[in-house]
Design a protein around this ligand. Sequence first.
Ligand code: NAD
Ligand code: UDP
Length: 335
Amino acid sequence: MNILVTGGAGYIGTHTCVELLNHGHDVVIVDNFVNSEKESIKRVEEITNKKIKFYEIDILNEKALDLVFKSNKIDAVIHFAGLKAVGESVEFPLKYYNNNITGSIVLFETMKKHNVKNIVFSSSATVYGMNNISPLTEDMPLSTTNPYGTTKMFIERILTDLYNSDNEWSIAILRYFNPIGAHPSGKIGENPKGIPNNLMPFITQVAVGKREKLSVFGNDYNTHDGTGVRDYIHVVDLAKGHLKALEYTMNTNKVEIVNLGTGKGYSVLDIIKAFEEGNNLSIPYEISERRPGDIATCFANTLKAKKILHWETKNTLLDMCKDSWRWQSNNPNGY
Ligand code: NAD
Ligand code: UDP
């Protein structure tokens, strides 16, 4: 199949392109490189020994997007393009609503115009908000604490309404938990611009000497060691989940929401320990204040993914720590 991957130059997009290409699919990437580098696409080509067609365009650009669909016979879309920094979304909500929601609407309109009605969409566990108790199931009530999360919740709703208006659409909405790790080649990985917001890239930047120490945001949560517990998933497992979701959309006409996680929760201190032991390194850290908006515990119920996508994770926490470090140590300054 010929798959259009929006945001395909980014962290999860590149790993998914590797899996798509390795499974015999063709890939067309659309990305404006607002949070990525062209080099990442070259690396995917190196890993897979295949050529990728890419368009440097903004999904908000209706005309340019239309031309992509006119020039390529697209079978399905995997939609990663979006801004994802929670703090920035609080500061610039309109930028987030415009880029993520309007951009998605332009994409869906263009798909409809060209009669491409299969889509896999990147949502997030952030839509479960502060009030649900883990393990989180897909039918729990949603709430959000920041504009980024609200964009995901709205796009989920827009896709569901779109399906309800025309059930020729086939839609998989994937709620990711915490993707970390990197391709085992060490050629592609997470490459945050500026100071990392997320735990693992911060740890790897401390390990490589770019940051002095990690701040652990709070040790007074109601968890086994007081630090926040999350469901960390290897990005390659996550990428493989997209192939399964794509297959699912090709064989059904439904809208389904599915968690992609491991179902296991690890604390910040568990992650530091695993990273230190797995890589024989020491990570200096200090305990600091809680980060506003953080919850104590968040991990997935993974039954639906097993049942309908026939997918589950394979990589261990140790694999995630080793692969994250291989990527960072091979590429201390990113791409
Ligand atoms: P990323 O920033 O690495 O990748 C997103 C890509 O989209 C980037 O290459 C960026 O340049 C591109 N992009 C953004 N706006 C665009 C626009 N208007 N037009 C064209 N391209 C645009 O992020 P990622 O970690 O790979 O995340 C991919 C998707 O998964 C995002 O939608 C994100 O919100 C979602 N998600 C990520 C996480 C995570 O922790 N990484 C968790 C849950 C959900
Ligand atoms: N965290 C931390 N220090 C950091 C970044 C994150 O202690 O520099 C903690 C954070 O409070 C949370 C966990 O690590 O408990 C995962 O945070 P991340 O931002 O990676 O994911 P999210 O909170 O969005 O699930």
